[in-house]
Every structure is written in structure tokens, then in C-alpha cells.
Design a protein around this ligand. Structure first.
Ligand SMILES: Cc1cc2nc3c(=O)[nH]c(=O)nc-3n(C[C@H](O)[C@H](O)[C@H](O)COP(=O)(O)OP(=O)(O)OC[C@H]3O[C@@H](n4cnc5c(N)ncnc54)[C@H](O)[C@@H]3O)c2cc1C
Length: 368
């Protein structure tokens, strides 16, 4: 006879792990992960920053709410960020300032002199910058382990090599099969399957929401000079690249968003070449080697906001998906909100400023 859980959370990346950490003190939780190790997909491949504006004004509340938790638990180290633009990008710079004016982020305009000071060797074409001093590096592995440890301490069972293969309605819950990893029953099925969010819904007979995985590439470069340790995260205001220092090396992305099926994503040579070409137009540094490159999938709903909530069309089925490019930096507040929705708990300091309706699946499915 298979064990019965209150919640079966599918996927033990940052989404599933953080949610299991929040649920397990209150309920009996199974955290099922298809891979040998949790964190193998998007979570293990991120660029590891907490950047207030990333994802747009409607993601800002999740990011800002998560900041104190991340800081108090020693997950953040100061980095700072600069969005940079050329003369022709001035309208984009102004539009960016207007877009975030009421959002609660701390941003200020910086001229060419400030830019030269922060980014040595910056080419003359780059005239404008928006400085975001609060931006920080996140210790992603530490946060993920912290969530898994909290989940375990609360009594959650982490089952690896446990790919959800079938999910059938059974009375008021679900009968789940994980192939060789056995079976389980759960009252509620939580879809935290990242790029596999739509396929996981289909396994449970639930109509997908159209969550699209987009490939994002990062290359680690050895440059001369090496990037200064206090170099900020530098992002193109038009979204064609970002780069930041990492232990004396440079992490560079062409900011690619290539639609992909859910898979173990790999970098394409062309994307790395594009990144290098764009970088060479920003600073006069020499690239000595591309030491390492990787890609991961960032998964988005059609409106690029995350999806947290019960599916009105499928009793006992909860979406915790579509974390896009901000699933690490928003994890503490998102997981607390998710647990409060699942357990019908009151909001607390971490979540009281969030408008859960922005993230509800009802925007796609109708219903409450
Ligand atoms: C290159 C890159 C840079 C990024 N940079 C940042 C950043 O700087 N800051 C930030 O906040 N975010 C960043 N992100 C986004 C962030 O990594 C994601 O939003 C986050 O990791 C999503 O977590 P997840 O748990 O939803 O997905 P994943 O980590 O992909 O986890 C989903 C898990 O579900 C499992 N699974 C799937 N199907 C099944 C099944 N049927 N049964 C059991 N298990 C299943 C998978 O094996 C996987 O482990 C970046 C992403 C990429 C790719």
C-alpha cells in the first residue's frame, strides 16, 4: 500500500525545494525529483543575481519581499548593477526610469563620467547608465541547500530519480506513479516542474497553460585585464547582453531567449560568438579564452509573470511554475505565498504586500 501525503511537489529545483520548506512544518510532503540530484536544471545554471528590476514592475514586489530573507540568511553579497545605453538608447533609458518610477526600486541616472569610473575601458559609444546599487550576487547553491534542509527538518521526503509518470484522480486525491521509484497518494499535486510544467500537467490530465521554456546561454571568459572585483553587473538597456565578474573571471550572456522543448539544454556556438562580439563592442578588454559555457531553460507564461495557484478546472492541482529569469531572487516570498495559498493561511510580513491575483492561473483558465 503506497503512502499518502498531503502534498506531492513535482520538481526539486528552487521552486519545489523552497515550497517544500514552507509546507513541511504544517503538512506531510513528498518532494519528487526526476534527476539523480536536485538542482540539475535551471536552478544549477543561473547567473546568480538578485536584481530589483529584473522581470518588470509586477515581479518587483516578489523580489523586494525576498530581499530581507536572503540578506538575513547570508545569501546575498553586494554587487550593484548598471543598465547601460548608447546615444540612440536615450529614449529606452528614459522609458526604463518611467516604467519603474512607482515600483519601489532604487535606481538613479548616471552620466558618462560615472560609467567610466565603474566600468574601466568602456568604449566611447556608451553614454548613459542607470545605477541600481542594491543589486547583489546570490549564493544559489547555499539557498537551494538551505531550502532542502528546511524541508527535511520539517519531515518532507525527498525522492530522487522519481520522475512522475502517471497521475490519476483517486477519490479526493491523486494516485501517482514514479516508475521504479514507486507509487504514492497525495491529496494535492503541486506542479513545480520548471521547463516541464506543461508536460507535467498533461501527465495529470490537466490542460497546459502554455508555459514556454526559452534557452539562455552563459559563457565564462578569461579577460585581460581581469574584471575588477567591484565591477557591477552590467546589462544592456536594450537587452542584448549582460556580464558580471565571478572569482576573477567574467560571466557573459547574450541575453538569448530561444524557444526550446523541455530538455537538458546545451549552449550553441553561435550564441557564445554573439555574446563575445557584443562584449567586444562594450569594453576594450582582450578576451583570452572562453573557459566554460552552459545553457539553461527559463520558463515563461504568455504574460511573463509566474503562475501560483490552484487550477480551477482541476481539483487538487496547484501550479507553481513560470519563474522565468527571476526564480531564485523571488524564491523566499514566492514559496511563502504558495504555502499560504495551499494551506489557506493568513499573509505575513513576507507576503502582505503581494497581489496574488497577478500570479493566479485564473488569468488563463478563468474561475477564482
Ligand atoms: C542562464 C540562466 C541564468 C539565470 N539567472 C538567474 C538569476 O540571476 N537570478 C534568478 O533569480 N534567476 C535566474 N535564472 C532563472 C532561475 O534559474 C529559474 O527561474 C529557477 O531556477 C526555476 O526553478 P525551478 O525549480 O522552477 O526549475 P528547475 O530548477 O528546472 O527545476 C525543475 C525540476 O523539475 C524536475 N522535473 C521535471 N519534470 C518532472 C517530473 N515529471 N517528475 C519529477 N521531477 C520533474 C526537473 O528534473 C527539475 O529538476 C536563470 C536561469 C538561467 C537558465
Amino acid at each position: 500500500m503506497s503512502q499518502t501525503y498531503d502534498f506531492a511537489v513535482i520538481g526539486a529545483g528552487m521552486a519545489g525545494a523552497s515550497l517544500a520548506a514552507e509546507l513541511s512544518p504544517h503538512a506531510n510532503v513528498l518532494l519528487a525529483e526526476a534527476e539523480e540530484q536536485p538542482g540539475f536544471h535551471a536552478t544549477g545554471r543561473s547567473a546568480a543575481f538578485w536584481e530589483e528590476c529584473y522581470g518588470g514592475p509586477e515581479v518587483v514586489p516578489l523580489t523586494l519581499a525576498s530581499g530581507p530573507y536572503l540578506r538575513e540568511n547570508g545569501m546575498l553579497s553586494p554587487r550593484g548593477a548598471l543598465y547601460i545605453g548608447r546615444t540612440e538608447d536615450e529614449p529606452s533609458v528614459e522609458a526604463f526610469m518611467r516604467r519603474f518610477a512607482e515600483s519601489g526600486v532604487s535606481i538613479e541616472l548616471l552620466g558618462r563620467a560615472g560609467l567610466e569610473q565603474r566600468v574601466p575601458g568602456i568604449r566611447p559609444a556608451w553614454r548613459h547608465a542607470i545605477s541600481e546599487p542594491a543589486c547583489a550576487d546570490i549564493d544559489v547553491a547555499k539557498l537551494h541547500h538551505h531550502c532542502l534542509a528546511r524541508a527535511r527538518a520539517g519531515g518532507a521526503e525527498l525522492r530522487c530519480r522519481a520522475r512522475l509518470e502517471s497521475a490519476e484522480r483517486d477519490g479526493d486525491g491523486w494516485r501517482l506513479s514514479f516508475g521504479r521509484a514507486g507509487e504514492a497518494r497525495a491529496r494535492t499535486l503541486v506542479n513545480a516542474a520548471g521547463a516541464w510544467a506543461d508536460p507535467a500537467a498533461e501527465i495529470a490530465g490537466v490542460k497546459p497553460l502554455g508555459i514556454q521554456p526559452l534557452r539562455r546561454t552563459v559563457a565564462q571568459l578569461r579577460t585581460a585585464p581581469a574584471p575588477p572585483v567591484d565591477l557591477p553587473l552590467v546589462l544592456d538597456i536594450s537587452g542584448a547582453f549582460y556580464f558580471k565578474p565571478e572569482h576573477g573571471k567574467l560571466w557573459l550572456s547574450p541575453h538569448d531567449e530561444t524557444p526550446s522543448p523541455a530538455c537538458d539544454a546545451a549552449p550553441e556556438e553561435l550564441d557564445v560568438a554573439l555574446a563575445v562580439d557584443r562584449f567586444e563592442q562594450v569594453v576594450d578588454w582582450r578576451i583570452e579564452a572562453v573557459e566554460h559555457k552552459w545553457a539553461g531553460l527559463r520558463s515563461f507564461a504568455a504574460d511573463r509573470l509566474p503562475v501560483y495557484g490552484f487550477d480551477a478546472r482541476a481539483p487538487g492541482f496547484f501550479w507553481f511554475a513560470g519563474q522565468g529569469g527571476f526564480g531564485i531572487q523571488t524564491a523566499p516570498a514566492a514559496a511563502r505565498l504558495g504555502a499560504q495559498l495551499l494551506l489557506d493561511l493568513r499573509r505575513d510580513a513576507l507576503t502582505e504586500r503581494l497581489d496574488a491575483s497577478l500570479y493566479a492561473p485564473a488569468r488563463f483558465t478563468g474561475g477564482p
